[in-house]
Design a protein around this ligand. Sequence first.
Ligand code: NDP
Length: 391
Amino acid sequence: MAKILCVLYDDPISGYPSTYPRAGLPIIKNYPGGQTLPTPHKIDFLPGTLLGSTSGELGLREFLESLGHTLIVTSDKEGEHSAFDQELPDADIVISQPFWPAYLNAERLSKAKKLKLAITAGIGSDHVDLNSALEKGITVAEITYCNSISVAEFIVMLIVTQIKNYLASHSWVENKGWNIADCASRSYDLEGMQVGSVAAGRIGLATLRRLKPFDVKLHYTERHRLSPEIEAELNLTYHPNIRSMLKICDVVTINCPLDGETEHLFNDETLEVMKNGAYLINTARGKVCDRDAIVRALERGKLAGYAGDVWFPQPPSADHPWRTMPHQGMTPHIAGTSLPAQARYAAGVREILECFFNGRAIRDEYLILKEGKLAGTGAHSYRLRRSQEAA
Ligand code: NDP
């Protein structure tokens, strides 16, 4: 029988909800491009309820215990005395969410002697040291597409709120004040701006599609160029390198995975290439940006604004400079954990577990690593450290 160790974020401070603002969720039949939503044999949860927190348990307990497996759920994940570290050595499967990542670094993986499967309940498996997982033959899978549209919507919101100076204006209301000039002196329109995406994968492309009606000029940079039909549909300009895009964009949204190639892609040097007064939106991963370079760029007015939901580490310390830097629109890591997204990734985790226990193949779409190499979506989107690539 297997031991499944599941690391989830804490319940709300006021306790696990007994009611929700809305009843039910819209029915979504397919993802763009035709990929089907998760197809587990059964689910034991109500879509629209909180599944990503410790009491929600991703709706897995009944299923796993009925098969005789052991499910451990904890939010305690930091340090060698954490519940995660204590339970890891004999765990067969680890489930973690990027929002509250259980960092499976090389040291932890070396102690996880029985680990066969690491599931990301979400998208983005950079919290797993893929090089070490690959050496140990651990399968890594994530729920591709489960929250891509959730994030694309979030990005559009961040772009518009930054450009309109929404957050600072809203705080005048909350603080019982009223100074229109103060709000308006940093407020612009998106119409007519040059907007670029670093990567046009599932989130990047969905974001570009949602931005088109704003009458902006769209740009992107990618390793694999999009089809001429998509470029024509969106009147997209392709940039073979990031610099040529950064030079002309008023808004840049980052939508690539964090890997050996993209860590600190945005540093003092690349930020300097950007237009003065550009806005940078990062919902990809905190480490794609050099933390202190972002602070410097905002302080000297190089960037007019920076917004996103991703940090390093997560959770960040109380004195993390991104909490207090000027003109930021940061939130905790939430873009991909809306209630509809939770229902999809909980169902996707269940599908993967059903496959694993029944000896059926996990969908290629969900695979990042399998049998010691990048596989499926991982083979397309991720790059390992160079030593491993050569191996
Ligand atoms: P996809 O795999 O669909 O897209 C990623 C794209 O990035 C691929 O098309 C890939 O290109 C491209 N890419 C990789 N490296 C580079 C590079 N160096 N320069 C330009 N493009 C590059 O993933 P998603 O769109 O679904 O997700 C993207 C990322 O967003 C995730 O990895 C995750 O980190 C983050 N995310 C954040 C969430 C949140 O809540 N904030 C939720 C979900 C995801 P190619 O096709 O050419 O290989």
